[in-house]
Design a protein around this ligand. Structure first.
Ligand SMILES: Cc1cc2nc3c(=O)[nH]c(=O)nc-3n(C[C@H](O)[C@H](O)[C@H](O)COP(=O)(O)OP(=O)(O)OC[C@H]3O[C@@H](n4cnc5c(N)ncnc54)[C@H](O)[C@@H]3O)c2cc1C
Length: 422
């Protein structure tokens, strides 16, 4: 766990954690180290690697990745490791954790292939009555629910259900009934235990069906002011307003609460670039525009010429400016007695702790800190490697942030070696 901004907290980091964070920050802030590391991770992320390059089977490779990238960004490979990591995150003062089971499929636009393990494709094809990949995902996801507590959040990568699910998603259809039943079972269990669910947004290849499935789950489960299900909207997509307007209209028509989790989008490396805004500034404007509109209860014609539906907003981002601006606008509107919507925040485990801590210092109209969560992922090394690759790409893109982190950690390493002060 890294906390770069505050020298006091930084000084209390265990040595092993400090050295790991320093190692990752060194790689992330130096292009000549990061590019080969990205290429290596990208190589390991491809399924069907021989023993030597198989991250689950080669113990040396597994050990090196585990002590470095994995422990920085992921919670654990077992229930015990994961629970211990979740506790360490909440002990830092966050409202709770968001936990995901890593199993997913990523569609690579350049090769036009999903990252699908050969054995999983076979399992999915051979079983006519029951699809064993869906069953494995259901069991793994229910195990995830058992690792978290009331008030925590479960995040779902629904492509983890395997080829049959992915194919349906690509056609823009709901997944097979077995998967719908699994989702229903998971949502019912979470609702009973006071755990909210986030459906993650994934590769564009699958997104049409994922959004449709989320909509059906929101329609069924979000019948109270506080949502059970959030759907994820990717602001970097040129067509995102179309989806969001459709979902707002459905919420208004059917009287359910829309769970709007907003991200910028993480699949630039593998998705069709033409679907994504041309510049970062356009993505930022789209993101901040949706946030501002939701907090004013005015998005497109919703809130002006037609009613604004009930909505819970959840901002998943490391962009301090977007988040602090949103929190202050929300607090101000509450203080002024103006209409607004409930808001929550999250950052990823191993990234941007200073953003989370800055948010925790803010105060709402009730004098309380906002709800800030830490989001982590658990699963075997092989299941987590595509996720690790996306985090490494984000660190590459956040050049300024990683340079600041590197400088702060370097200072602390030098201080402990007796060469300077924090
Ligand atoms: C808790 C949490 C959950 C998440 N869940 C998901 C999820 O379900 N699905 C998902 O896709 N992502 C998810 N993400 C990742 C997210 O989409 C971003 O990739 C990541 O957070 C970096 O964006 P940022 O908002 O933190 O800010 P910044 O660092 O300010 O923005 C970086 C982002 O801007 C966009 N961008 C960068 N360069 C360009 C460019 N040239 N043109 C157009 N756009 C550009 C990209 O989206 C890039 O990731 C999640 C992030 C968090 C913190």
């Amino acid at each position: 766990m890294i906390t770069f901004a505050d020298p006091v907290i930084r000084a209390t980091m265990p040595l092993q954690m400090l050295l790991r964070s320093f190692f990752i920050a060194t790689i992330s802030s130096k292009k000549y180290l990061l590019i080969p590391s990205l290429n290596l991770l990208s190589f390991f992320a491809k399924p069907g690697r021989s023993y030597l390059f198989n991250v689950d089977r080669n113990p040396v490779l597994h050990g090196v990745l585990k002590k470095t990238f994995y422990n920085q960004f992921c919670a654990g490979e077992s229930k015990q490791e994961t629970k211990a990591c979740c506790k360490s995150l909440t002990d830092l003062g966050f409202k709770g954790v968001i936990l995901t089971y890593a199993k997913e499929m990523v569609f690579d636009h350049s090769t036009a292939k999903p990252s699908l393990h050969a054995d999983e494709a076979a399992k999915s094809e051979t079983s006519s009555a029951r699809d064993s990949v869906i069953e494995e995902w259901r069991v793994g996801t229910l195990a995830t629910v058992d690792m978290i507590d009331k008030g925590d959040i479960l995040a779902l990568k629904t492509t983890g259900g395997g080829p049959a699910v992915g194919e349906a998603f690509h056609r823009g259809e709901l997944p097979p009934q077995q998967m719908m039943d699994a989702l229903d079972e998971i949502a019912t269990k979470c609702k009973q235990r006071g755990i909210q669910i986030i459906i993650d947004a994934e590769s564009q290849y699958f997104q049409k069906g994922i959004a449709r499935t989320s909509l059906e789950l929101m329609r069924k489960f979000n019948r109270e002011p506080k949502v059970v299900i959030y759907n994820t909207y990717q602001a970097y997509l040129k067509n995102q307003p179309k989806y969001l307007q459709h979902h707002l209209a459905e919420a208004e028509k059917d009287g359910f609460t829309l769970g709007l989790k907003l991200v910028r989008g993480a699949y630039m490396l593998s998705d069709d670039r033409s679907l994504i805004h041309d510049t970062k500034e356009q993505t930022d404007a789209a993101y901040n525009g949706i946030v501002e509109g939701a907090l004013h209860q005015k998005l497109w014609d919703f809130g002006t010429s037609r009613p604004f539906p009930a909505l819970n907003l959840f901002l998943a981002s490391h962009n301090k400016e977007s988040l602090i601006t949103a929190q202050r606008l929300h607090a101000q509107r509450e203080k002024d007695g103006l209409p607004t919507v409930p808001i929550g925040f999250a950052q990823l485990h191993g990234m941007s702790d200073e953003v989370g801590f800055s948010l925790l210092k803010e105060r709402g109209a009730d004098g309380k800190a906002p709800d800030v969560f830490k989001c982590s992922t658990w699963g075997s090394m092989g299941e987590c490697v595509a996720y690790l690759l996306r985090r490494a790409v984000e660190n590459r893109d956040a050049v300024l942030r990683t340079q600041d982190e590197f400088n702060a950690l370097k200072k602390e390493v030098w201080r402990r070696m007796g060469f300077g002060r924090a």
